[in-house]
Design a protein around this ligand. Structure first.
Ligand code: PLP
Length: 346
């Protein structure tokens, strides 16, 4: 793809930096199934330390990280409470059911954010003829609700009350560092009460591949077996962990730039008459806008935009998502907004 393309489809499109490629080339490696890859071990130790947990496990994708945790927390025939537009329910190939054998009990949040009140109504009664609620899963930031953030007090409250009800809580924290940046709190604090956390190295943090899950030593040992069962036991994967270590150290520090760019993008887009968007709702690096006031469907609009070298993805028939990341700078954001305005001009 030519360099002139402004790719706002996702923060997963970022390419590894020269520093990462060098570290990958020079990484110390070993067989990680034998627990002998020193770079993987370093990455896992560092992640556990940053999150204030006993242990961490490197997994090839966020999808596998979430599924691994779901399987570790549940038995076949049980239920998971999750948000209606959430990633685990909509973008993970129904793996929780197809492989994990559990039923999603879906509840809609406000901008993707759930409250204890809505969650508690979805908990199944403890009666022998009802499938039991085995897990609650939250998403922070919430991707398809537009990168929205859980206030820490709310996340703490949900976890506390879930635990009182004997139910563990998993966090799909694919973009947890974006949430931490928005809140100006550290990830250990905002994830403290969750029983398990999955987060992605391969999104805004800039690594080419990989996610981590963090939790107690006993939980992570269980996850290691499940990861192997799912085909995620890798060998000299230290070449990936080497990039992951740089992403983990350096990635979080620059996320504010992505958030600032998203704010600018949102306000420029909101000024276009054919677009419906409240820039005040943009908290992190995701901008979702509506084309209902225009004559365009999301699909036709994205095709026209693509011809002008600006890429984004549809959310549904009328809505479009743009994501800022380390490979788009302020001038490209300005340019993308100007091209959107031109394409939409009646
Ligand atoms: C990207 C993402 C994941 C995991 O995606 P993979 O492509 O499997 O790494 C999980 N949850 C959310 C909210 C995401 O945005």
């Amino acid at each position: 793809m030519a360099d002139t393309v402004i790719d706002l489809r996702s923060d997963t499109v970022t390419k590894p930096s020269p520093e990462m490629r060098r570290a990958m080339a020079e990484a110390d490696v070993g067989d990680d199934v034998f627990l002998e890859d020193p770079t993987i071990n370093r990455l896992q130790d560092r992640a556990a330390q940053i999150f204030g947990r006993e242990s961490a496990l490197f997994v090839p994708s966020g999808t596998m990280g979430n599924l691994t945790c779901i399987i570790a927390h549940t038995r076949h025939g049980q239920e998971i409470i999750c948000e209606a537009s959430g990633h685990i329910y909509n973008y993970e190939m129904a793996s929780m059911s197809a492989i994990g054998g559990v039923l999603p009990r879906v509840v809609a949040g406000q901008d993707g954010i759930l409250s204890w009140e809505t969650i508690s109504k979805a908990i199944r009664p403890r009666i022998y003829y009802r499938a039991q609620t085995a897990l609650i899963s939250l998403e922070n930031t919430h991707n398809m609700a537009g990168g929205t953030v859980y206030p820490t007090r709310l996340a703490d409250e949900i976890c506390g009350k879930a635990h009182d009800a004997g139910i563990p809580v998993h966090l799909d924290g694919a973009r947890i560092f974006n949430a931490a940046t928005y809140l100006d709190e550290d990830v250990a604090r905002i994830t403290k009460k969750f029983d398990s956390v999955q987060f992605c190295l391969s999104k805004g943090l800039g690594a080419p591949v990989g996610s981590l899950i963090v939790g107690s030593r006993e939980f992570i040992e269980r996850c290691r077996s499940i990861r192997k069962m799912l085909g995620g036991g890798m060998r000299q994967a230290g070449i990936l962990a080497a990039a992951g270590l740089i992403a983990l150290e350096k990635g979080p520090k620059r996320l504010q730039v992505d958030h600032d760019n998203a704010k600018v993008l949102a306000s420029k887009l909101a000024a276009i008459p054919e677009i419906t968007l409240d820039p005040a709702k943009v908290q992190t690096n995701i901008v979702i806008f509506d084309l209902k006031k225009s004559r365009w469907s999301a699909a036709d609009f994205l095709q026209a935009l693509g011809k002008r070298n600006v890429l984004a993805v549809p959310v549904d028939a009328e809505r479009v998502r743009m994501v800022t990341h380390l490979d788009v700078d302020g001038s490209e954001i300005d340019k993308a907004a100007a091209i959107v305005r031109e394409v939409l001009k009646p």
